[in-house]
Design a protein around this ligand. Structure first.
Ligand SMILES: Nc1nc2c(c(=O)[nH]1)N(C=O)[C@@H](CNc1ccc(C(=O)N[C@@H](CCC(=O)O)C(=O)O)cc1)CN2
Ligand SMILES: Nc1nc2c(ncn2[C@@H]2O[C@H](COP(=O)(O)OP(=O)(O)OP(=O)(O)O)[C@@H](O)[C@H]2O)c(=O)[nH]1
Ligand SMILES: [Mg+2]
Length: 452
């Protein structure tokens, strides 16, 4: 499968900062020869050789470990050599320059994984999962990317593809006997098969949608009436004076985003303009943006003034409809004549806090920690995998095509039904790359980091 005319690529595979060890990786038909001239010895497959790395003038750049992976038993499926040197950026760059002087080409971002895909070592969704694993913001996202990399997502897509093939074969066969009524040609079984497939496709679409949210980390939006202390809470949670806070209602107009970590889990917090009736043009635009942000939120943190929670509650009720999770927070509890039990969260699930004194903030952290963990079914119960907007879109289109196919079948328009099934199949194929326009590939791999 490997193309002997393909060029050999080289790149630093480890991070850009100095580190204990750094790796330069070569992949392609000339990888071994190039590495052997750097190491001044033959490299045996699956052996760790301790050698000196030399540049083209025989000057010693470093000593390190050389590893040769003989095709196809390597990450890319091609001949691969790793030169594991000390993690000095200067040394690693000189090593890559030496590889280039000896006939290698600098790899583009994602090109190693692209080759792994082209060699059939990974499908497209798995290759994307490699990038998602590397970019994972927290351990939850990393676990889910790991599942996608292991093929949990791809296998489900393939299973639906197989079911589609069976349906296509059935419809195509029925077309050849178009004189007969569909019911003598197993029409009922076809209807049933398409209905089952639609259910399964819908379930996978939902799982992929969860996977897409997961990849981006938990997205939480601070909402509430003006002056309740949303920006103050953002500052407390972020641990810095990110947002402007004043006693004037309507201080915040634009969206303000801050990424925080709670016990290693990443959380995006968005501060928004206070919601209320009326307001000037700027405030109204701010409220409109708040609404847009809520539409894609995983979690609404509703901030109310503890002295008058009811008024604020009404103002936000409509805006938070459709947000999957809501956390109610009564702020400024330091101004209440009788302090509520701190931190615990009362029976209705309301948290009493004070952004000013810090009362209840530990409890808020705890709740955020629990919610961030729950999004992926902490403890692995969920079996969640990461997915991308591209996958969600393709599954949605496949489902729409399948709906068309079912309608055409009901009308006994078999040719049209067959065509819709074919379209649905193509959409599924795009996910794993079994059917791919080349432009799609370029787009996907160029978003990787170099050396991957
Ligand atoms: N040093 C090093 N560590 C690494 C990688 C790497 O490329 N190099 N990886 C890069 O992503 C990840 C591990 N992924 C890998 C996947 C496959 C093969 C591989 O060579 N597979 C062959 C050979 C197996 C064998 O000989 O036992 C195969 O499966 O046929 C290597 C690494 C993480 N750690
Ligand atoms: N006493 C007390 N005052 C607070 C507390 N939190 C915020 N404040 C004060 O309340 C006022 C409004 O706070 P902000 O954080 O700007 O409120 P906001 O909800 O962002 O307001 P808008 O951006 O106008 O919607 C400021 O004067 C804060 O200092 C608190 O817990 N206790
Ligand atoms: Mg504000």
């Amino acid at each position: 499968m490997s193309d002997p005319a393909r060029d050999t690529i080289a790149a630093i595979a480890t991070g850009p900062a100095a580190g204990g060890v750094g790796i330069v990786r070569l992949s392609g038909p000339r990888a071994r020869l190039i590495a052997q001239s750097i190491c001044h010895r033959e490299l045996d497959a699956r052996h760790a050789h301790h050698v000196r790395f030399r540049d083209v003038d025989d000057v010693v750049l470093d000593d390190g470990i050389a590893l040769y992976f003989r095709a196809p038993a390597s990450y890319t499926g091609e001949d691969v050599v790793e030169l594991q040197a000390h993690g000095s950026p200067a040394v690693l760059q000189a090593l890559v320059a030496t590889c280039v002087a000896l006939g290698a080409r600098r790899a583009r971002p994602g090109e190693f994984s692209e080759r792994a895909f082209l060699e059939g070592r990974l499908d497209l969704a798995q290759a994307e999962a490699v990038a998602d694993l590397i970019a994972a913001a927290d351990l939850m996202a990393a676990r889910a990317a790991r599942r996608a990399l292991d093929g949990d997502f791809s296998r489900r897509v393939d299973a639906l593809g197989d079911a589609l093939v069976a349906l296509r074969v059935h419809v195509e066969a029925a077309i050849d006997f178009a004189d007969e009524p569909i019911d003598t040609l197993g029409g009922e079984a076809l209807r049933q098969g398409m209905a089952t497939l639609a259910t399964n496709l819908g379930e996978l679409l939902q799982a992929a949608e969860r996977g897409r949210r997961l990849r981006d980390g938990l997205h939480a939006v601070l909402v509430g009436p003006p002056n309740a202390g949303k920006s103050s809470l953002l500052n407390v949670l972020a641990g810095s004076e990110r947002a402007i806070v004043t006693e004037i209602a309507g201080t915040t107009r634009d969206l303000l985003q801050e990424t925080i970590r709670v016990d290693g889990l990443e959380l995006t917090l968005v501060d928004t303009a206070g919601l209320h009736e009326g307001g000037d043009a700027i405030e109204r635009e701010g409220m409109r943006r708040a609404g847009g942000e809520l539409a894609r939120a995983d979690l609404a943190l509703v901030v109310l003034d503890a002295r008058d929670p009811e008024g604020g509650r009404r103002a936000v009720a409509e805006a938070i409809q459709g947000v999957p999770q809501v956390l109610w927070i009564h702020n400024k509890c330091d101004l209440l004549p009788v302090a509520p039990a701190p931190a615990a969260g009362d029976a209705t699930g309301v948290l009493h806090v004070s952004a000013r004194t810090g009362v209840g903030i530990d409890g808020l952290h705890e709740r955020l920690r629990a919610l961030a963990g729950a999004r992926v079914g902490e403890g692995d119960a969920g079996g969640a995998f990461t997915a991308r907007a591209r996958h969600v879109e393709a599954l949605g289109q496949a489902l729409a095509e399948l709906d068309d196919a079912r309608r055409h079948l009901a009308d006994e328009a078999l040719e049209l039904s067959a065509e819709a099934l074919r379209q649905a199949h193509d959409r599924l194929g795009e996910i794993t790359g079994r059917m791919h326009p080349d432009t799609l590939l370029g787009h996907i791999f160029s978003s990787f980091c170099i050396g991957k």
